[in-house]
Design a protein around this ligand. Structure first.
Ligand SMILES: C[S@@+](CC[C@H](N)C(=O)[O-])C[C@H]1O[C@@H](n2cnc3c(N)ncnc32)[C@H](O)[C@@H]1O
Length: 255
């Protein structure tokens, strides 16, 4: 494991109160937080969005299979816990390309009572490999909920994110859903992203609201569309501060 290069999974986990980080992560985190001090709150609002989106898919759309790419280090209320709290028969496949995430996920899955949950070591830039590996666990003749939270940001425009997403949705049947959360172009995040990109970690790209909405092309975008994280179907408990409007999210349904 390379402890000289900062890891987005470890830094994000640090902001969520986790302990699995190295000196290099703490140094880069401090630099980024100087530019964008509210990132730990944003990380929490992103996890809250994950909870609301998975609960919507399982409880209201009746989805029983989830593919969560860019999983992150397991923390509280992961996709399988939220989904399986709605219905114990929910199946979840996690995908990440970070060995730290892999190590934690294996430990988590060894723990008892996790239901049908699997982990695939793969990269979002290789959707064919993800589809082939997922087919061993999920049934592509039934709807799937695809979670891409805080991960499309790590694709450059040259990676052609829209084509990757369309390739992932292609084998999924009508009634499948896609959730995306992503950082918005704008002064608030730019300096933090510049600081991250100079650190030698996997580069991040911010996108406009229009570009994010375009990632749902071919799907029915659910109300209220692509909006600031806490504005997507909030509950009375949802955290909100106006400055958190720099990270947007949406959910679409395959017709
Ligand atoms: C900011 S965390 C988001 C974690 C989780 N999805 C959430 O929203 O709470 C980004 C995760 O994406 C993973 N990641 C980044 N680029 C990736 C890629 N090309 N393929 C797969 N995973 C990737 C990182 O390792 C990290 O675990």
């Amino acid at each position: 494991m390379n402890t000289e290069i900062p890891s987005p999974a470890r830094i994000y986990d640090l902001w969520l109160g986790g302990k699995d980080n190295y000196e290099v992560d703490r140094v880069v985190s401090a630099q980024i937080l100087q530019a964008v001090p509210e990132l730990p709150i944003l990380a929490k609002t992103n996890r809250e969005f994950l909870g609301r989106a998975v609960r919507y898919m399982a409880a209201e759309a009746g989805i029983r299979q989830f593919l969560d790419i860019g999983t992150g280090i397991p923390t509280a209320d992961n996709t399988h816990q939220v989904a399986q709290s709605v219905s114990a028969d929910c199946k979840v496949v996690y995908v990440d390309n970070d060995p730290v995430v892999l190590a934690h996920a294996r430990a988590l899955l060894r723990a008892s009572g996790q239901g049908d949950t699997w982990f695939i070591d793969s990269d979002l830039r290789d959707p064919d490999k993800i589809i082939a590996a997922t087919g061993e666990y999920l049934d592509f003749s039934q709807p799937i909920g695809l979670m891409l939270l805080g991960v499309v940001d790590f694709l450059t425009d040259g990676d052609r994110p829209k084509e990757i997403i369309q390739r992932l949705m292609e084998p999924m049947v009508s009634g499948s859903h896609l959730a995306i959360s992503h950082g918005l172009v704008g002064k608030q995040l730019e300096e933090g992203v510049r600081s991250w990109n100079e650190s030698g970690g996997s580069p991040m790209t911010l996108r406009t609201h229009e570009e994010l909405t375009g990632l749902f092309d071919g799907l029915e975008l659910l109300e209220p569309g692509v909006v600031a994280l806490p504005r997507w179907r909030p509950t009375p408990e949802t955290l909100y501060a106006e400055r958190e409007a720099v990270y947007h999210a949406g959910v679409g349904r395959k017709p």
